[in-house]
Design a protein around this ligand. Structure first.
Ligand code: Z5A
Length: 212
């Protein structure tokens, strides 16, 4: 990758704890970019529609039990099965807004106690995001937002551990936003940052891959 300088779409990833506001922000961003006439799609991981995604969904809703490493690799496989479509779309000029990506994979599995580097390894080679918007919120505040549902991982003590692991993953592609602010304020910031990155990709920023 990185071989040409042609106009392309941007890969914009949203990360954060459960209830940090990812889904709300992604939906609003989609409408905003569509309104500006951009070609844009909203994706989410896990993608529960594929056969791998269905196994993940059964695990998250406690309908099945899986070894920690097995479910980690399934989450990663769920991204790998979408990788070539992702590349095709980006190269065709479509911006992808993605609700959770590799950072969730590493943060959640390493919070269970799996080795951090081991967790990162299967993500190497996936397309690197142009921008990661991290919606930062203390776990206690997130828990106040309507409480957690019944899925695995939706527990305060575990979310605290996940927040610690996320901190170890920050790199130069990250923008950390205060997700405790009103939804509209966060949205305004998101729009500005994302538009800047979309423009850079239109100008031909090469695609790159996640590295160790
Ligand atoms: N997981 C993993 O282990 N490994 C992986 O590789 C991947 C994921 C990809 C499923 O995720 C689980 O899979 C997840 C990580 C793990 N487990 N956990 N926890 P999911 O995507 O299906 O679920 P989620 O990410 O946790 O989604 P969520 O609960 O819908 O949270 P959200 O999208 O961040 O928040 P929201 O729905 O936009 O907002 C939640 C509420 O807060 C709602 O009532 C909003 O109106 C309100 N809200 C939002 N923003 C604000 C502000 N700014 N102020 C006040 N209220 C707000």
């Amino acid at each position: 990758m990185g071989e040409n300088n042609e106009s392309r779409g941007a890969l914009v990833v949203f990360e954060g704890l459960d209830r940090s506001g990812k889904t709300s922000q992604c939906g609003r961003l989609l409408s905003y970019l569509e309104g500006l006439g951009h070609s844009v799609e909203l994706w989410r991981f896990p993608d529960r529609t594929t056969s791998v995604g269905k196994m993940i969904s059964a695990y998250l809703t406690s309908k099945s039990q899986l070894d920690d490493r097995t479910i980690h690799l399934l989450f990663s496989a769920n991204r790998w099965e979408k990788r070539s479509t992702m590349e095709t779309k980006l190269k065709a000029g479509t911006t992808l807004i993605v609700d959770r990506y590799s950072y969730s994979g590493v943060a959640f599995s390493s919070a269970k106690g799996l080795d951090f580097e081991w967790c990162k390894a299967p993500e190497i080679g996936l397309i690197a995001p142009d921008l990661v918007v991290y919606l930062d919120i203390p776990p206690e505040k997130a828990a106040e937002r309507g409480g957690y549902g019944g899925e695995r991982y939706e527990q305060l003590e575990f979310q605290r551990k996940v927040a610690q692991q996320y901190k170890l993953l920050e790199d130069s592609s990250w923008k950390i936003l205060d997700a405790c602010r009103p939804l509209e304020d966060v949205q305004k910031q998101v729009k500005e940052i994302v538009l800047e990155h979309v423009m850079t990709c239109h100008k031909g920023k090469p695609l790159s891959s996640l590295r160790s």
